[in-house]
Design a binder for this molecule. Structure first.
Ligand code: XIL
Length: 355
């Protein structure tokens, strides 16, 4: 027997997931531009879906009114297309990473409902329309809820009213009738009241006869929170509305909560304990955490359609922010961590038995 090349010896997540599942990663621009060759190679081998970490946010696409930027965005979509991957769009309507002009009138006050709706529709029609048939599904509305389940006081809501969510889904459907449409948010597992709010959003859309295909729980988690019971319950409750479930931005934050660093400020040693690497016990705890989470996902394998990591390697993660975090399956050298082996193991033990 010839010895297989090194790359072939490493298990690929996309070959291990249950049939029909998407397994993805968020790509930064260096990756979707092909500049970060090591990450490109890893993504190509491991994943069958991609999400743009920032490129399709409002501020990246339409920073100035009516001026759309699509160069890097087109390369992102082509990256997925040439590799036969399922390409995801993130995100159309959000309170963050959206330029202020979107919500302002000429005097700097809040724009009126008609103006804001027109801007929303133009943006959605242009962006979704451009990638019609090529982007499989969109996070139409992102993070519309407070932790207590009430609607967030987003400028979109202040200008348009509570039905801004419904209108966004309507515009997206008009722009690409075949695209899947998602509602995406965080803390749905840790906050039952917020989860109930997400269920109300889904039901309200359904009652209006609007299309919603899935709810995304972002999955920005910690080692001990949410519990597997909470994850399990979340999937069951959301699924009862009839939509599918996606884990859209999975990572496990290993650092203690700390205030955001000011520019130039250094983190205290206590807030940044893993500068010199992850101790074995934490490495193992992370592996167990990921294995447990995937165990729950696999229990619901017919209800979950996609799991996407928010980044490729620890070096790429948004959770570093001036500190040294280790939230993903690949380390800074792009080597698979124990957590990768743990996920691969749980996938190969569980999902193959059902194929
Ligand atoms: C984050 C990106 O990872 C960062 O690069 C950026 O500076 C801020 O946004 N929820 C979302 C994502 O829906 O879009 C966010 O991504 C992380 C939280």
């Amino acid at each position: 027997m010839p010895v297989p090349p090194v790359a072939a010896q490493t298990a690929a997540l996309k070959d291990l997931v249950p049939t029909g599942w998407l397994i993805g990663a968020a790509l930064n621009q260096r990756q979707s531009d092909g500049v970060d060759a090591a990450a490109v190679d890893l993504v190509t081998r491991q994943f069958n879906s991609i999400t743009p970490e920032n490129l399709l946010k409002f501020e990246s696409v339409q920073r100035q009114p009516g001026t759309f930027t699509f160069d890097a965005q087109d390369r992102y979509v082509a990256f997925g297309a040439t590799r036969g991957m399922t390409v995801i769009g993130h995100t159309l309507v959000w309170h963050s990473q959206t330029p202020a002009w979107v919500w302002e009138d000429a005097g700097g006050g809040l724009a009126d409902r008609a103006t804001m709706l027109e801007r929303m529709q133009t943006h959605i029609a242009t962006v979704v329309g451009r990638y019609k048939g090529r982007i499989r599904g969109w996070d139409v509305v992102n993070e519309a809820l407070n932790d207590d389940g009430t609607l967030r006081d987003s400028p979109w809501r202040r200008g348009i009213g509570d039905d801004y969510i419904a209108r966004a889904f309507e515009f997206a459907k008009q722009a690409d009738p075949n695209a899947e449409l998602y509602y995406n948010d965080f803390n749905l597992a840790t906050r039952p009241a917020k989860r109930a709010g997400a269920i109300r959003i889904v039901r309200a859309l359904q009652q209006r006869g609007l299309r919603i295909d899935a709810v995304g729980e972002q999955g920005h988690w910690r080692l001990d929170s949410p519990t597997t019971t909470e994850i399990d319950q979340t999937i069951t409750e959301l699924r009862a509305t009839g939509v599918k479930l996606m884990i859209t931005e999975l990572d496990v934050n290993l650092l203690p909560p700390a205030a955001r660093l000011a520019p130039g400020e250094s983190p205290s040693p206590a807030s940044n304990p893993f500068v010199n690497g992850l101790p074995d016990d934490v490495q193992q705890a992370l592996a167990a955490r990921y294995a447990d989470a995937f165990g729950v996902f696999l229990k619901h394998r017919d209800d979950i359609t996609r799991v996407t990591f928010w980044g490729v390697s620890d070096a790429d993660s948004w959770l570093n922010r001036g500190r040294v975090n280790h939230p993903l399956l690949w380390d800074r050298q792009r080597q698979p961590k124990l957590a990768f082996d743990a996920v691969a193991k749980v996938l190969s033990e569980t999902s193959t038995s059902s194929r």
